[in-house]
Design a protein around this ligand. Structure first.
Ligand code: NAD
Length: 331
């Protein structure tokens, strides 16, 4: 069975997903939701989308009556995800939502509840959970090939351009680099160590308060502690180039990945040598994997559901709290 998907938000990443879905075996782009009629026309022509599967932000609740759409993939600014996801759930369609799932845990909880109540799936666009080299590292960790994991290091960041974009507007973004790209290090620490953090500490550095207004973090360094005694040390930034690196060491082995979360190819090596799994477009694998998850219940090694998204949001809230107070925040 093919997962028939409508994309909401026809921006940069939406376009990337749409193109990647052209190669999917189990998922198909069949609809769009957009506030820009000219984009809808363009996408209709480009991806062969029928008029009856096109909606805007005012009328998309009517998707409820459209039997030809199974799921809506929300790829809009972060601050809109929660309300949009709840509306999609109420329309009885599965929700696939981009990371961050929402801008705080309170919103995340409402999304999880709404999807449960509507009996639809809530999945988060964690494409790395389907990426072959990452999956291999998770497999190695699960089978004990690294021994007891002890330390994770994650550095994620880039130099953000246009100061007028939604990513630098607190209402739409929910925060700065941390919620946008730092979330990969939080999520990565969890899947590479295989534990949930019990405390966080964090420090914020801001060199450009004009570009990065109140509530928009430029650079945050943060640390996490885990029940086993494992620790993580991470940095997220909108002001440094080429930061895309994960490192994890355990009692019996280690792994280093750079790039670790970019669109690929991901590169990495372990104590055993190079990771040489093939590069396949992440979003193609993700959407085929999500179709299998929705229709056959086949789970990836690390979940991509709303509960997983919510775990990261709770940690994110704690990191922002720790950066603000300068204290250690328990989870
Ligand atoms: P973008 O600005 O390129 O696209 C956002 C789209 O939302 C645009 O088409 C815009 O018109 C639309 N939109 C609807 N309502 C809007 C409003 N009120 N204000 C502004 N725009 C509005 O952004 P993007 O880079 O495509 O990011 C969209 C989402 O995808 C974000 O949640 C982001 O975190 C996520 N993302 C994920 C990845 C990934 O690798 N998983 C990569 C990039 C972005």
């Amino acid at each position: 069975r093919i997962l028939r998907v409508a994309i909401m938000g026809l921006g940069n990443y939406g376009t990337r997903v749409a193109n990647a879905m052209q190669d999917c075996k189990r998922a198909q782009l069949v609809g769009v939701i957009s506030g820009t009629p000219s984009k809808i026309t363009k996408w209709q022509a480009e991806y062969n989308i029928p008029e009856k599967n096109c909606y805007n932000y005012e009328d998309f609740d009517a998707i409820k009556h459209n039997p030809d759409i199974d799921a809506v993939y929300i790829i809009t600014p972060n601050g809109l995800h929660c309300e949009q996801a709840i509306r999609v759930a109420k329309a009885g369609k599965h929700v696939i939502c981009e990371k961050p799932m929402a801008i705080n845990a309170e919103e995340g909880e409402r999304m999880v509840m709404a999807c449960k109540a509507a009996n639809v799936k809530l999945l988060v666009g964690y494409r790395m959970h389907f990426e072959p080299k990452t999956v291999e590292v998770i497999r190695m960790r699960k089978t004990g090939e690294f021994g007891q994991p002890r330390f994770f290091q994650g550095q994620t960041g880039f130099v953000i351009g246009n100061p007028d974009q939604w990513r630098l507007n607190k209402e739409l973004s929910g925060g700065g680099a941390m919620i946008d790209i730092g979330i990969y290090a939080v999520n990565g620490a969890r899947y590479m160590l295989g534990e949930e953090p019990i405390w966080v500490t964090a420090q914020e550095t801001k060199t450009d308060p004009v570009k990065f207004k109140a509530g928009i973090d430029e650079t945050i360094t943060f640390q996490m502690g885990f029940p086993s005694g494992a620790v993580a040390s991470c940095l997220s930034t909108y002001a440094m180039r080429h930061l895309d690196r994960f490192f994890m060491t355990g009692d019996d082995g280690w792994v280093e990945m750079q790039p670790s979360i970019g669109y690929g190819p991901i590169k990495g090596r372990t104590h055993n040598g190079e990771l040489n799994q093939p590069h396949i477009t992440h979003q193609t694998l993700q959407m085929d994997g999500m179709a299998q998850l929705i229709f056959e219940g086949i789970q990836p090694l690390v979940p991509v559901d709303g509960e997983e998204g919510l775990k990261d949001l709770k940690i994110m809230d704690a990191i922002y709290m720790a950066a603000k107070t300068g204290g250690k925040v328990s989870l």
